[in-house]
Ligand binder design. Structure first.
Ligand SMILES: O=C(O)CCC(=O)C(=O)O
Ligand SMILES: [Fe+2]
Length: 337
């Protein structure tokens, strides 16, 4: 990859080795080496495989096991925790349509079902007391006693990893390693345990497990099973496979990071079609800033040649607008904003 290659023009997804970051977390050299790799990958491709990410395989295996057990529950058990107004719980199939997609005119709902958990908030949290958007309880399936601890353990490990990546990203964008830490002291997080049924052999062209879209937030870190089916679109409009690679995560930069970096990091369209002939399981973790944070193009990304291309936006306002448009349950309930 050269600095002059066109952003978004790629035919393969690069690999980023996180060992220097995790093994020498407090050294500038470790951070710098990962920051350089991040800069190349996210300014050119928007996606990369992460290796040596430090999350134990046993924790990942337990997450997939929890997901399989959850999806195997009788429908009425899952419906008992149907997604609430705080975006937590079971999301049945045919209830989310990516109407905000800037990539395609999406009319058919995604062919997946999922369990969604978000950052856990105590009952006396000021946002919960104030009735702020998305500030409410997670919902857990009653019949799976070890589900909650397996999912929470994975979630907590991903928050820690996310915070380390924030430092490398800050450096990659020309700032100091701690410039963005404050935005992630109370991060907005989503951990989604997705199950995709096998794609019908005969189906309309615009039916997808996940329709073409870009992600809304900062970064998405995905662990997928070996069914495959994730594809990433380059600027020439070609869909490039992002197959399963053992021991890796797939991480992409998303829309709010695109804005924050004043367009330097791209938010690459992607989609899922599960042609494996069996159910596909994948678990994206969305790591986003504090709902109250104002996101404006970073000073290090703005210059006379590259004036700020986006007005400041409060992350929570921006996020709620997208959720309202794309999820049926947000059209049914109204949250206090
Ligand atoms: O399941 C996958 O591989 C990707 C899911 C995805 O793109 C999303 O949930 O935003
Ligand atoms: Fe996505």
């Amino acid at each position: 990859m050269t600095a002059s290659s066109q952003p978004g023009m790629f035919h393969a997804i690069p690999v980023i080795d996180l060992a220097p970051l995790l093994e020498h977390p407090n050294t500038e050299a470790g951070l710098r080496c990962v920051a350089d790799a991040i800069h190349d990958a996210y300014s050119q491709v928007g996606f990369a495989y992460l290796i040596n990410h430090g999350i134990a395989q046993s924790m990942i295996d337990e997450l997939f096991e929890a997901s399989r057990q959850f999806h195997a529950l009788p429908r009425e058990d899952k419906m008992r925790i149907e997604v609430n107004a705080f975006h937590r719980g079971f999301i049945p199939i045919n209830t989310s349509t990516v109407k905000t997609s800037s990539v395609a005119n999406v009319t058919r709902p995604n062919q997946s079902e999922s369990f969604m958990m978000m950052h856990d908030l105590p009952d006396d949290d000021p946002d919960v007391l104030a009735g702020a958007p998305l500030a409410g309880p997670n919902q857990w399936p009653e019949r799976l006693p070890s589900f909650r601890s397996a999912v929470m353990a994975y979630n907590d490990a991903m928050v820690a990893l996310g915070r380390q990546l924030v430092q490398a990203i800050s450096l990659a964008l020309g700032g100091g390693p701690h410039d963005l830490d404050g935005y992630f002291e109370r991060p907005t997080t989503f951990l989604r345990l997705l199950s995709y049924p096998e794609h019908p052999l005969q189906s309309p062209e615009d039916l997808f497990g996940s329709a073409p879209h870009t992600d809304y937030g900062f970064i998405t870190i995905l662990v997928q099973d070996d069914a495959g089916g994730l594809q990433v679109r380059n600027v020439a409009g070609e869909w490039i496979d992002a197959p399963y690679r053992p021991g890796t995560f797939v991480m992409n930069s998303a829309d709010i990071l695109h804005r924050w970096s004043n367009g330097r990091f791209i938010s690459t369209p992607h989609r899922v079609i599960n042609r494996s002939g069996r159910t596909r399981y994948s678990n994206p973790f969305f790591f986003d800033p504090d709902m109250h944070a104002t996101i404006a193009p970073l000073p290090s990304c703005v210059s006379d040649h590259a004036p700020a291309a986006y007005p400041p936006v409060v992350f929570g306002d921006y996020l709620m607008e997208r959720l309202h448009k794309n999820y049926n349950q947000h059209q049914k309930h109204t949250t206090k904003v």
